[in-house]
Ligand binder design. Structure first.
Ligand code: KG4
Ligand code: ZN
Length: 346
């Protein structure tokens, strides 16, 4: 009997049906991108209202596609942290209602660890531990030493913006759409990544596994609108845009890869697991794979659809259930602070 996983941490309403073997029987993601595009960032109130509209149809669709009914569900897993509080509460309420009506266990799982669990799904078997875990998304850019799917020790990460947030803000500065990562990636095609020298703060600091993207964002801003320049300036286009996008993307990738490399060196781990929306970026995937080849480290990066938010990665709930967990009716959300609206607003 399978698990129903529910994901509403930010602006994706998602549900998946997952067998105990970790086989994903169905996975449905309803994106709200078009609702937030005009603000070039997630508007929390809009996100939670959209989750309310979508959660039941999305769960219905996931059940339909799995060929099962609600009566076949053995347990419920819900992403309860971190995320936007109003969004998280919608998924939690739906999950609790189903668990109570069906009399089955419910467990709350961590969205960030679930991003890494997507690597387990992609690999088809358990990862080798310990490993280094990189989560690069719109709300997080963190490096972990993983001693098991649920045992994470944070080694470092961004001290300001997340990598995805930097992509989103850069896209906004360049007059591109939302979400910014795929837009920058597209705009960068054919561009010269060496055309602009953008900063890679902390990249050379071998004592810390921390990263910073806010200076890079400011640097791009000054490149697009030099300080003191008066009047409106047209957004860059053509080769100018491609060079800016490619150089910016390269700076983000170099910053991340420098710290991943250092984390592998410091921990001696021979496996690297990478997840989160930014891990869908081709330049980053290629650079991480190159680090793996150089260090003879196994690199596991899920297919793109498992990098961006989804509920299939809620398969991590099986790890909790098999450990005997049942959070029951007292399950609550823990929003955290680092995915706050202010931090994500472009
Ligand atoms: O993991 P995710 O779907 O949601 C969060 O947990 O935040 O990540 C979304 C972030 C957005 O900032 C988006 O711009 C970025 O991932 N992203 C990308 C790409 N696809 C999504 N960044 C760079 N390149 C991409 N191809
Ligand atoms: Zn995410």
């Amino acid at each position: 009997m399978p698990l129903l996983a529910i994901e509403t941490t930010c602006d994706e309403t998602a549900a998946a049906v997952i067998a105990r073997s970790r086989e994903v029987l169905s996975s449905v993601v309803a994106s709200q991108e078009h609702l937030h595009a005009r603000w070039r960032g997630v508007v929390p109130e809009v996100a939670s209202r959209a989750h309310v509209d979508r959660i039941v149809p999305v769960i219905d669709q996931a059940l339909d596609r799995s060929g099962l009914s609600i009566h076949d569900i053995e347990a419920v897993g819900v992403a309860v942290r971190p995320g936007l509080v109003g969004s998280l509460l919608v998924g939690l309420a739906a999950g609790k209602a189903i668990a109570a009506a069906r009399g089955v266990p419910i467990v709350g799982y961590d969205h960030v660890l679930a991003h890494l669990y997507a690597c387990r799904l992609a690999r088809g078997e358990a990862l080798e531990y310990p490993c280094v875990g990189l989560v690069a998304s719109g709300g997080h850019t963190s490096l972990f030493r993983m001693d098991g799917p649920l045992e994470a020790t944070r080694l470092g990460g961004t001290i300001d913006d997340a990598a995805g947030e930097a992509f989103d803000k850069a896209a906004s500065l360049l007059g591109l759409g939302y979400p910014g990562g795929p837009e920058i990636e597209k705009a960068a095609i054919g561009g010269d990544a060496q055309a602009h020298r953008f900063p890679r703060p902390l990249a050379a600091d071998r004592d810390r596994l921390d990263l910073s993207f806010s200076g890079l964002k400011t640097s791009l801003r000054y490149r697009v609108r030099p300080p003191g320049a008066s009047g409106e300036r047209p957004c860059p286009s053509g080769a100018g845009l491609a060079d800016l996008a490619a150089s910016f993307q390269r700076a983000v990738v170099d910053s991340i890869v420098a710290k991943v490399d250092l984390a592998l060196e410091k921990t001696g781990c021979t496996t690297l697991a990478a997840g989160g929306g930014v891990a869908a970026n081709t330049a980053l995937r290629e650079a991480l794979t190159a680090v793996g080849s150089r260090r003879r480290v196994q690199v596991v990066i899920p297919p793109r659809a498992l990098c961006t938010d989804n509920a299939a990665m809620g398969a991590i709930a099986w790890e909790l259930l098999e450990g005997g967990h049942d959070d029951g009716a007292m399950l609550d959300v823990t929003p955290g602070t680092d995915r706050s609206a202010a931090a994500r607003r472009a």
